[in-house]
Design a protein around this ligand. Structure first.
Ligand code: GLC
Length: 503
């Protein structure tokens, strides 16, 4: 038996501690799946003000009560605390960085919930966090085989590893996963002064005249991954706007960049056991039980329940890449012409919040809106809605379309990134397919796709087939987690092994 690989997994969001989107679910699901495959994996995240120490069983580690982190010309204290991540079968050690100024005093993760604006010192906050990760390892004399970090918030972990303690970490390999390129952590050049890094590496953090954390993450990583094969392709071909990151990956990492599709954690997202639902079901009972969830969902918003009227669900962060504008363009037509109810859960850009509130005032009986994030409601929407909409302009992977299929909720998605890799368009002739897929990012194409779903909904036999196809899909983490295990193993062996694992 080879000795288990040890990994430190670093993420700005981890379910159930802190979540704004899919990153949190993936951090939890992947870590648990790797743990089940014998990987000795530990997790690290910041303790934001919204993370309750009591609920999450976070407690002090005496030795790590004060680690001093150099920030500019002063020292900021970080206390590293401990908790666990678990499912019914395994558990993993969690480290949380606590600091009052940067994290505990803020309710939001990246944006101020009061104003909807990003915190002006996000560069400093996450530099501090990344440095705390590296200083903790150094303090503990723990130099894991792999440090796996995610998105711009944690991207500078690799930079600090390689510049502060190159000798100590010489056996440590670095994996950087891109969950999105639509937010690259781009800051003015002055941000450089906050990094405390030697001047000779400045070039490696700068991109088009700005400090770009994603670029820094790529520069120092041994392998870069992203969360679906199609998104990897789109990045490399620059068929989506990557702001030049695609070119960078082509030049620097021809065979150290790979797309591995995310999975679904079946202890959290399974309609038969879902801890957030009152009414559980499977492919046989969906026809009897889904209506109970639908009724409960509509009741929550004081909307009328009518079994004949389909409910369309949407759960998304409010950003342009998620196709919010497309939705806002078609919604009034749809809601005034069609017998349909829409339930929308999301948060983000203030202008979209306002537009959605307006829609809600215009169609109070058909459009239900919850601005913010609520895990229980997210599960109830997946279980209670008949259809689920993701009109994304870009979608690195997307989790909700997979949850939808497993919950017997038909996804309507645009053919991009992970949506393309997970949903197959339904063909009424053959009865094959798991959702409705449309190509063009236009209001017409979106409207036509929704019309197509509504037509099918009125033909119970076809609809039942479509729902059954979705529920029969296997999106478990098994395959993807195995791919990560192979990648980690290859990294401990050398370049040739990595090339073989990636290709
Ligand atoms: C980001 C992406 C989403 C992906 C998730 C987890 O939220 O936008 O597509 O599923 O990360 O990787």
């Amino acid at each position: 038996m080879p000795r288990p690989i040890n990994v430190l997994f670093v993420s700005a969001e981890v379910y159930p501690f802190a979540k704004t989107g899919g990153l949190a679910d993936v951090s939890y699901g992947l870590v648990m799946a790797l743990r089940e495959r014998g990987v000795d994996i530990r997790v690290m995240l910041p303790k934001y003000g919204c993370v309750s120490e009591r609920k999450n069983h976070i407690h002090e580690i005496r030795r790590l009560r004060t680690i001093e982190i150099p920030m500019g010309n002063r020292l900021e204290p970080a206390a590293i605390k401990s908790s666990t991540l678990q499912n019914p079968r395994v558990r993993a050690q969690v480290y949380v960085t606590t600091n009052y100024t940067y994290f505990d005093s803020r309710k939001g993760l990246y944006t101020d919930p009061q104003t909807g604006k990003p915190y002006p010192d996000n560069d400093e906050r996450f530099l501090f966090f990344c440095r705390s990760v590296v200083e903790m390892c150094h303090f503990l004399r723990w130099f894991p085989d792999i440090i796996h970090y995610n998105d711009w918030q944690t991207a500078t972990v690799g930079v600090y590893v390689r510049t502060l303690y190159p000798a100590e970490f010489r056996r440590t390999r670095l994996v950087f996963t891109l969950h999105t390129l639509s937010d690259q952590g781009v800051f003015p050049p002055e941000t450089w002064l906050k990094t405390g890094l030697p001047a000779n590496i400045a070039e490696r953090l700068l991109h088009r005249g700005m400090v770009n954390f994603v670029k820094a993450g790529i520069e120092f990583a041994d392998v870069v991954t992203t969360v679906s094969p199609s998104y990897a392709q789109e990045i490399l071909m620059e068929s989506i706007d990557t702001g030049g990151i695609g070119e960078l990956l082509r030049q620097r990492h021809p065979d150290t960049f790979v797309g591995i599709l995310n999975g679904v954690d079946s202890t959290v997202w399974n309609p038969q056991t879902d801890p957030y639902l009152d009414h559980h079901y499977n492919a046989e009972t969906v026809w009897v039980v889904k209506p109970l969830n639908k009724r409960q969902l509509l009741q929550r918003f004081e909307l009328r329940y009518d079994p004949k009227v389909p409910v369309l669900g949407m759960i998304t962060r409010l950003y342009a890449v998620k196709g919010i504008e497309l939705f806002l363009e078609v919604a009034p037509t749809l809601l005034s012409r069609r017998d349909l109810q829409i339930v929308f859960l999301g948060d983000g850009a203030p202008e979209y919040r306002t537009a959605l509130q307006k829609l809600q005032r215009q169609f109070p009986r058909r459009f239900a809106l919850f601005l913010g994030f609520d895990e229980t409601l997210a599960h109830l929407i997946e279980a209670g809605a008949d259809m689920f909409l993701m009109p994304s302009l870009q979608e690195p992977c997307g989790q909700n379309q997979m949850y939808s299929m497993l919950y017997g909720t038909v996804p309507i998605v645009r053919a991009t990134g992970g949506l393309k890799d997970t949903v197959r368009d339904f063909n009424p002739e053959t009865g094959e397919g798991t959702g409705i897929v449309f190509e063009e990012a236009t209001p017409q194409a979106l409207l036509a796709a929704i019309e197509r779903a509504l037509e099918l909904y009125r033909q119970p036999e076809l609809w039942q087939k479509l729902v059954a196809n979705g529920m029969a899909q296997d999106f478990s983490w098994s395959r993807s987690a195995q791919q990560y295990v192979e990648l980690y193993r290859a990294l401990t062996k050398g370049k040739e092994a990595v090339r073989a694992a990636v290709l």
